[in-house]
Design a protein around this ligand. Sequence first.
Ligand code: PRX
Length: 643
Amino acid sequence: MIFYPDRKIFKNSRIKNMCEYRNLVEDFKEDYEGTWAKYARIKLDWIRPFTKTLDESNAPFYKWFIGGKLNASVQCIDRHLKDKKNKTAIIWEADDGSRKFVTYLELHKEVNRFANLLKSLGVKKGDRVVIYMPMILEAAYAMLACARIGAIHSVVFGGFSADALKDRILDAQAKVVITADGAFRKGKAYMLKPVVDEAIKDVECVEKVVVVERNGEDINWTNRDVSYEELIKLQSSKCDPEIMDSEDPLFLLYTSGSTGKPKGVQHSTAGYMLWAQMTMENVFDLRDNDTFWCTADIGWITGHTYIIYGPLAAGATTLMFEGVFTYPDAGRAWRMVEEYQVNQFYTAPTAIRLLHKLGADEPKKYDLASLRVLGTVGEPIDPEAWMWYYEEVGQGKCPIVDTWWQTETGGHMITPIASATPIKPASATFPLPGIFAEIIDEEGNKVKPNEKGLLCITKPWPSMIRTIWNDPQRFVNSYFSTAKKDGKAVYFSGDGAIYDEDGYIFITGRVDDVINVSGHRLGTAEIEAVIKKVDLVAENAVVGKPDEIKGESIFAYIVLKGEDNLATEVEVLQKINEAISKEIGNIAKVDSIAIVPALPKTRSGKIMRRILRSIAKGEEITQDISTLEDPSIVEKIQNIVKG
Ligand code: PRX
């Protein structure tokens, strides 16, 4: 099955067809650096132009646009003031349905004031600022204010626990934390400030906590806390942007890996901004008066690139939503599309599956004619959800851009271009022009159609991760030690993928020990380390199990301490989840467990996770189990899981 973009709808788009797409791909093949340099000159507002496009001398620590100077907040705001000052930059809808419209001029003032506020607290270029906020306008102002003064922001998703927040604050040695008293979800107030209090109890690096009032609930004020509302009144709305180097870090964003603690992915200023803007414009067919809605939380990379930096750099109107799709009813999303005349709707497969299940006919009750492009991100989408999205939401006329990318890639990598690419359900289709993505084996040979391989990026690209904060060796080990091409280490994404007979790319999911729950990336090692501390537990192994709504759910195999331990699954699960909720947050809660006598291990003691993954999925065991220390354990575990 293949669906073509409607020529009439896309006749004036930037990339009109596959012929134009192939020409662009060729441009990059013929002159890689020259073509990137051309776009960097056209798209970015430089304070001082760069003198060299790419520095590969210290690979894989690539540098782009050497010597260039710019400021990301200028790229997002100031340069639009000439002809877009009264255009709405951000539409914000609250949980209770109230709303605010912020023009580019107002955004400029708010960001400048916030920047001055941070300066008044002693924040300087290069300092780290942790943002632990709900989806409110001040969160957007905070990110852009950091960019304005050259402070490096690290946004931590509001669903993370105090312990997880503390780890991130300490790793980045943050000087300031920006938070809110709390916010609202489904009509009820919830709290964030107490989580920050707990997180920084014994943390010395944090000098000040800026507290924005959102829900008005009582909070505990300490002598490190300052009130946003009190200080912001005192600030001038003029703050000169800091002159930043192309390679100065714009932000850190912590993400899970297959081993150890979360990694602080470090992004640059110029390369990241360039790709945020270009992908925004090209992939979504962005036009002048479009209203763009990305439903992610700003705590994830999708929120960074496609709620804040991409849409604002492109001068669009971006919709930011505090609430949830199920409140007050299952029509919330579609009501908002109708009301704000949303042109592009970008969400995760989990949300699509949920919306489908809650109200397959809900979209029919609303006028969704404004929609032109639909998008998905974060996890593989199944053909059934894809078809419902295409037919019921997009009414058979909106291309779906199934965008494959990662925290580390900064922006889209493999995706249809709405205006050009013929799409197949559940395929991310082809790499964008400029992105050399290939499915290869470990020696760098391209795999044959329908053969699974490693999804790699074989050339550096401007918006790529620069390093892992404080841990350059881990950066090399995590991304540049698995696959080679022509003898050179290439970026390995951690994902497996296949080509079909037509060369379309289908992402098959992670091949490492990372699970993807509702589009959230979680490391099994991180969860196992928490479970191991529960006193009933002797050993454990965590795997992903297919889930109808969430894509994957978390399944844990538990070996209890003491042979005659009579603890029940319910008791153990409760204890485990209490620990996870405290150390990581509710997003990492285990859904189900199996209490087993032992784990399948090789004679050298390595846990055979692939077997455990297959058992959780109810698959046949095809791998050789004769090398196990005790091969009979596999059948025993299978029987326990089958119940
Ligand atoms: O496994 C892939 C999956 O999400 C991972 C990246 O997660 P994160 O860094 O949290 O970023 C999510 C938002 C960009 C990838 O390694 N993934 C992302 N997009 C897709 C996807 N899997 C299948 N199809 C996609 N479109």
